[in-house]
Design a binder for this molecule. Sequence first.
Ligand code: HEC
Length: 255
Amino acid sequence: MEMRQVSGFRFEVSGKGFSMRTAAVGTAMLSVLMLAGCRQDMHDQPKFFPQRGTTFYADGRSARPQVENTVARSQTHEDEYFYSGLKDGKEGDGLPLPLTPELIERGQERYNIYCTPCHSRVGNGAGMIVQRGYRPAGNFHEDRLRNAPLGHFFNVITNGYGAMPEYASQVTPEDRWAIAAYIRALQLSQNAKSSDVATGGHVEDLHAIAKDAGMQPGLADPWTLPATAIYGTPDNQDHGIPGQPGSAAAPAAAK
Ligand code: HEC
């Protein structure tokens, strides 16, 4: 027996014993054994391919519609108020889930993502998109919206309102309530009374705070839309859309 070294490996070369022929026979036997154990039943079983038709059902669809009068686990919307904001068909008031600091924080986060482009961070309806020409969005600090029931905000997010698109597909019902709760906090932030704060706390006018802090005059005034804001239609014609300049429903124009 001789030993050879080829590029760092040592191997033995022998005249008899293990030969290439033995190896080939062994491999063939092993393959036969393995193939015999291999069955295609799982692969070949009758099945539907997603999004492909079938001749099995009369309507030719492999995806089946929901069976009538059945409810899937995630579809139990028995709490009508939680999912619609409506009580007996009318917008209800009250939060259908516990009010916690986490909920308000979540509401703030979602509000800042989904609502501020139009309503702005302070909720006055003069967000960046509005400043660039979108129809002025609702100002949450007007009396009507301050007195609106919580269900109104849920309803508006769910179904849209006038020029505002609906956000039901992007914002879950729970998050819609969180946003509604946060809007209430925003409203309170601009209109708090002494009775709203814990004893010992005090409410100070924003103008007074700004003046004391030596900030520029007018900082605490309500925002106004810049003159560059376009308010109307591209051709400046009144197409009868409520809220356009000149129309009866126009909100107070920017000062
Ligand atoms: C693309 C811009 C846009 C976004 C984003 C938007 N809104 Fe609005 N929203 C509007 C406009 C515009 C109006 C005023 C509707 C009109 O005058 O046709 C409005 C009105 C409202 C009103 C007042 C309804 C009333 O009774 O007058 C509420 C409440 C409101 N939006 C809540 C929200 C909330 C909450 C979000 C975020 C989930 C949101 N909006 C996101 C554009 C927007």
